[in-house]
Design a protein around this ligand. Structure first.
Ligand SMILES: [Zn+2]
Ligand SMILES: [Zn+2]
Length: 151
């Protein structure tokens, strides 16, 4: 989705729900659009003239309920947010249990299709109509594998 189109989709979706596309919401969407990984609220409000975190959480809640933003689940207390796949593309995450870093990772198309088929079988056997999947890898990131041991 290209930038202008993305903002149009977001504005339209918010309008349907009776919400306005405020400067704050636009700023959150824009930050998430240019980020290459899911962002926490402290990441999102970093910098000059930043809105308070409470306001960021409230607005992310509206964006989340409107199906524009989703939370990436981690074991950490801090939620990380990203645009939904409808606005970006299907991908997975690498979640480091040591430093908490999360990276987006795309699986090559052939492999992705084969994962999809496998998961469809799992769903079908459970009488479940699968429409998509979420799959994250948990482990240690490159820096934590190679870096000095920290405790
Ligand atoms: Zn790490
Ligand atoms: Zn996938």
């Amino acid at each position: 989705v290209i930038e202008d189109e993305l903002h149009d989709i977001v504005a339209g979706r918010l309008r349907e729900g009776g919400h306005r596309y405020t400067a704050m919401r636009r700023r959150l969407i824009e930050t998430l659009r240019t980020a290459d990984r899911p962002m926490s609220v402290p990441d999102l409000v970093r910098g000059r003239r930043s809105p308070p975190q409470s306001s960021a959480y409230r607005n992310l809640g509206v964006l989340e309920r409107s199906g524009l933003v989703r939370r990436v689940l981690t074991d950490e207390g801090l939620a990380r947010y990203e645009l939904t796949e409808e606005l970006t593309e299907h991908h997975h995450h690498l979640i480091c249990v040591r430093c908490g870093r999360i990276e987006d990772v795309a699986i090559p198309p052939g492999l992705e299709r084969s994962i999809g088929r496998t998961l469809d079988v799992v769903g079908t056997e459970a009488g479940f109509a699968t429409v998509s999947h979420r799959l994250d890898l948990i482990g240690r990131c490159r820096a934590c594998v190679l870096g000095p041991v920290r405790e």
